[in-house]
Unconditional design. Structure first.
Length: 645
């Protein structure tokens, strides 16, 4: 399922459960009129903890892996500039493609022209990247095997829109019929339906080119043949860096006799915790900065430690303590930056005015989903009343204080799509009916309740049995401190609920259409910076019959509602609007999603969104240039420059 349905304590529960041209010294453009000139050089020291790569496979569903791929190891047809949205970081740019693709009038054919004379890193330095290399990558993406632990899954579904892709997934075909290579530097992609967000999908690491196998030029996935689950330890780099020792690999030997690269030692997971692994990245001599406008690649060398030095964790207290220690090590210069290591609140407060603390908004929205087909929430005035009563600011404050759950700070919101995905078009917007402060307003909430069909005696409170037994589902463990403001808001408008905790892995099934769940609390983490990673997955009626994650039931048909046992015969739908947006490309699609966001929150209120998350990172005193990568929600390692030694 596109996007990631992250339950609030997913990371904590995971950790607890585990109990060319170097250009050295050449000045680069000055980042500001008064800043010092930046130079290439030095060793960037990184600690990856929290979410950290355990396979480095391009198919792995993992943000730290995606950052290391984007910044350093792998180039794709399209990619990002490694900056936040404010500096164009959510917009696609040509990477290995000469220009943005040419799209047919019906949206079903995309043609990419590939830059000539670009070669892989050693030992494939004599191999030019061509169109067939992208076909191999997509052939490999059609293998739906899990990557590494169960927490990291392949994301082949993003490419199902390509004609013939699912036939390869199911074994009905050996090759993807929708991929054509009319010449060595042209790739034509034919789709089964318009998908204006295809460019975002082709910026995902799984699409990075794979060279042919030296021993078998006909191998469907080239040099990756025989490396179904360990390609991350062999992959052929196309970016400004490669693994240390990669040039010594021998791909002419049978796959089971090939030796993994020395520059990547995966972490080990045991009952006692996580045992440290490491990644060493050195410059790729095949890379030329003149062919890569997206990556300045300042450091000469990047050393990444995977996991905290002493392992982690037996309990939440140790988790919080280890997180604090890792950030103190960064502040003291032991490390230069971390991946997946948001500083705990006390450390953020300490460094609040320090230029070494950087904060950026990530693509995560926290929300309460409302089932539009269950009384009393089938009345829009009840849904609005709940939103007006909810103290969003208190929820944000409590979230920011969750020291044992990194990446769970943020800002209060009134709409559905994270501002960073809409280029901050709605940052100051609110629905016309929502004039309450972030702390909520019980007076306004009860005035709204008066307009509903469920306040029969005119006291601003919900009346009748429908108001007494609403089922509210959260994952286990969902932070209890977040439930209190939600409970208080519901009680303030006369609604009482029965709380039901379910295991994290069964949350989707527990909130399915047949379960008649009134409310559910969750957060959604996008995989690329586009509204198409939210609306078609969480608000699209056709997905409901195939197990889609839409607890609001927006778009359900009368026949479906009757089959699922609901007494209401209709709910609102955004299907037509979503279809229109999906056909658009680039800024037109961004604007379309933004307008749909306003429409749904202005007239329907299928969710109560209450926080867009932010990520904070400390850097060491050696870092003189920092950038936040909007795509991976991590520091852009290629953009980090070090003071000259």
């Amino acid at each position: 399922m596109p996007g990631r349905l992250y339950l609030l304590a997913a990371l904590t529960s995971l950790v607890v459960a585990l109990t060319a041209c170097t250009g050295d010294g050449n000045p680069l453009p000055t980042p500001s009129p008064t800043g010092p000139p930046l130079v290439r050089g030095g060793t960037l020291r990184v600690v990856a903890w929290g979410f950290f790569p355990d396979t480095m496979d391009p198919k792995a569903w993992d943000l730290a892996t995606w950052e290391i791929d984007r910044c350093c190891l792998l180039r794709t047809l399209l990619s990002y500039n490694g900056h936040p949205t404010e500096l164009g970081g959510s917009q696609l740019d040509p990477d290995l493609a000469v220009a943005m693709p040419r799209v047919s009038a019906d949206g079903l054919s995309w043609t990419f022209k590939i830059k000539p004379a670009i070669h892989y890193a050693p030992p494939f330095q004599d191999i030019e990247i061509t169109a067939q290399d992208f076909v191999r990558a997509l052939q490999r993406a059609a293998d739906t095997n899990a990557i590494g632990s169960d927490f990291y899954k392949a994301y082949s579904f993003y490419f199902s829109v390509i004609a013939g892709f699912d036939d390869v997934v199911s074994g009905k075909a050996q090759t993807i019929s929708g991929l054509e290579t009319p010449d060595t530097h042209t790739l034509v992609v034919r789709l089964t339906r318009p998908a204006g967000d295809l460019g975002y999908r082709f910026a995902l690491p799984a699409t990075a080119p794979i060279p042919p196998s030296p021993s078998d030029p006909t191998a469907p996935v080239g040099a990756a043949q025989g490396h179904d689950l360990d390609w991350g330890r062999f992959l052929a780099a196309s970016g400004p860096y490669m693994y240390g020792g990669a040039g010594d690999q021998d791909f002419s030997a049978p796959p089971d006799q090939q030796t993994p690269v020395e520059g990547f030692t995966p972490p080990r997971f045991t009952r006692s915790g996580v045992h440290v692994g490491s990644i060493l990245l050195v410059r790729n001599p095949s890379w030329e900065s003149s062919t890569d406008e997206l990556r300045p690649a300042y450091p000469d060398r990047i050393e990444i430690q995977l996991g905290p030095r002493n392992g982690c964790c037996d309990d939440r207290d140790q988790f919080a303590s280890t997180l604090a220690q890792v950030n103190k090590d960064i502040a003291e210069g032991i490390w230069d930056v971390g991946l997946g290591v948001d500083p705990p609140p006390k450390l953020v407060e300490k460094f609040a005015s320090d230029p070494r603390l950087h904060t950026g908004q990530i693509g995560v929205v926290n929300y309460i989903a409302i089932n539009l087909a269950i009384p009393p929430f089938n009345d829009v005035h009840v849904r609005r009343a709940l939103s007006l009563a909810l103290d969003k600011q208190e929820l944000v404050r409590r979230s920011n204080d969750l020291v044992d759950v990194p990446s769970f700070a943020g800002v209060a919101t009134r709409h559905l799509i994270p501002d960073a995905l809409e280029e901050y078009r709605l940052e100051a917007w609110r629905p016309a009916w929502d004039t309450a402060p972030d702390e909520g307003d019980l007076g306004l909430a009860r005035e709204e309740m008066l307009l509903s069909n469920y306040d029969r005696d005119g006291d601003g409170l919900c009346d009748g049995s429908a108001c007494d037994h609403a089922v509210f589902v959260v994952d286990d463990p969902y932070p209890s401190v977040l439930l209190t403001p939600m409970r208080e808001a519901l009680r303030a408008i006369g609604i009482r609920f029965n709380l039901r905790r379910v295991p994290r892995d069964s949350f989707g099934a527990a909130t399915g259409p047949t379960k008649h769940i009134a409310l559910s609390a969750n957060r959604w983490f996008v995989d690329f910076p586009s509204g198409s990673n939210i609306f078609p997955e969480l608000f699209y009626g056709p997905n409901l019959s195939s197990g889609g994650q839409d607890p609001s039931l927006l778009g359900a048909t009368p026949e479906e509602l009757a089959a699922w046992g609901y007494r209401v015969d209709s709910v609102a739908s955004a299907d037509d609007a979503i279809d229109r947006c999906l056909e658009l490309i680039g800024q037109s699609q961004v604007e379309c999603w933004t307008k749909l966001d306003q429409t749904l929150m202005g007239t329907v209120v299928p969710w109560i969104p209450w926080m867009f998350q932010t990520a904070s990172r400390l850097v060491s005193p050696r870092v003189v240039n920092y950038s936040f990568d909007q795509f991976a929600s991590e520091p852009a390692l290629d953009q980090l420059a070090l003071e000259p030694s």
